[in-house]
Design a protein around this ligand. Sequence first.
Ligand code: AHR
Length: 496
Amino acid sequence: NPVRLVLHSLFQTAALDRRLFGSFVEHMGRAVYTGIYEPGHPAADRSGFRADVLELVRELGPTVVRYPGGNFVSAYDWEDGVGPASERPVRLDLAWRARETNQVGLNEFAQWCRQAGTTMMLAVNLGTRGVDAARNLVEYCNHPSGTYWSDQRRAHGVASPHAITMWCLGNEMDAPWQIGHKTAWEYGRVAVEAAKAMRRVDPGIELVLCGSSNNRMPSFGAWEATALEEAYDQVDYISLHDYYEGDDDQVSFLASSDAMESFIGAVTATCDHIKEKLRSTKTMGLSFDEWNVWRQTEFHSHDSTREAWRHAPSLAEESYSVTDAVVVGSLLICLLNHADRVRIGCLAQLVNVIAPIMTEPGGPGWRQTTFYPFAHVARFARGKVLRAAEAMSAEHETEKYGRVASIVSAAVWNADDDELVVFVVNRSPWTAHPMEVTLGGELADYRLVEHLVLSHPDSSATNVAGAPATVVPVSRPVPDGNLVLEPVSWNVLRMR
Ligand code: AHR
C-alpha cells in the first residue's frame, strides 16, 4: 500500500516565520578567517569578504545569522572588534584556544550580512561580563546618535543604527564548559537584569533566554523552569541547542528527528507550566538557535589544552554524507511542523565549522550535501504550514527509538503564489515507498509540477573540494501514478 498523505487548505497550523531558516557564524575555527573573510584571496572584495562565499550564502538563503558565538561570546569584549582595525587588540580566545585578531567585528559583520542579504541575531556576553556591557552594546548598535556609544559608532563610520532586533542573552550558560558558567538561578537573575536594561535602551528588541545546551544535560528541565521563572516577563524566546550524531547504527541515526520532536515537546511543556504558574498571558516562543549533525564525541575526544595558540585553526570541519543531508532534511521537517512555537532556528554553523559551505584558503568554496535540503526549504517554504495527516503510513524498527515512521513530511502553502510545497524524507535505509497525496479545499486542483530528489546509491557519498559535486539534487520526471520515495532520500514536491 502506498503511504497516503492528506492535506487540506483549511488545516493550517502556523503562519511561517521565516526566521526559522537561520544559520550561525561564530568566531571559531575557520568560520570567519579564511571562511567569510580572507583579504588577499582572488575572490576577496575591498573589505576582505570572499565574493564566492557570499554568492554561496545567498544561494543557501539563511534569513538570519547568529553572531559572534557560541562559546566564543562568553569571554568576548565586543569593544575589541570596533574602531580602526589597525588598533584592535589581539586576544586569547578561551573557548577555542585560538588567537583572535579582531579584524572582523560587529560593524564588518553587519556589512557582510547586508551583502549576504540576511539579518544579524546578536549574542551578548553574560559569562565574563553582564548588564553594563550588554546595555552599552545595544546603545552602540541601535541608538541613532547624540550619546557616547552611538556617537562612537558614528565615529567608526556607521551613521545609521544597525537596528538589530534579535538578541541572545548569553550562550549555553548551563554548561560547565562555558566561561562564566552559572547555576540556573544565577543565570536567570543576570539575564532578567540585562534584559531590562537592554530594553530600556531599545524597547523594540526581542530577547532569547538560554535554555539547556541539549536535553541530555543533567540539569535539563530544571534549568529551563528556574531560569524562566526569574526572567519570564522580560524575554520572548527560550533557546534549544542540539547536535545529532551518527555512529554505526545508521537506522537509528536516520530517525534522529524523533529526538528533536521530544526535545521541543518537553521545552514547550516547561514553558507552558511556568506560564500557568506565573499566571502569565504570554506564550513563550522557542528559538532552536543551534542544530545540526555533528560527530561531537570524536571532536571532544581530542585534548587541545596543550596545543599552541593558533589563529583560525581548522576545527570541526565535518564532512557530510547523503545520510547526513537526509537527517538534516528530516530535522527541517520537524522544525516546520513545530512552527507554531519554534519561530527562530539556526543551522549551526554556516561556513567551514560543521557547515554546509566549505572553503579552501586561497582556493575554492563548495557545497556540502547538507547545503541542498536547507537551500530548498529556505527557498520554497513560504506562507502557511499545513497539518500533514498520514492516512496510511509505513513504519520500521530502530534500536534507539523503537518503532518509527519511515516517512516524515511537512507541507507549506503559499496562497499568494498559488504553490504548495511538500518536503518528504524516507528514513528507511532499505525500503522504497510509493506515496499518494490527496488534496482538499483550495488545493483540490493542484498537480505535481516538480519532484526534486537528493539521494545516491551510496548513502555515505560526500562532496569534496576542487572536484565536481558527487551529490546534487535532481529533478525527477513527474509520474503518471504514485511517486516513489527512495530509501534514504530527501524529496521536494512542488504542486500548483
Ligand atoms: O556550534 C559550536 C558550539 O557548540 C557552540 O559554540 C556552542 O554554543 C555549542 O556547544
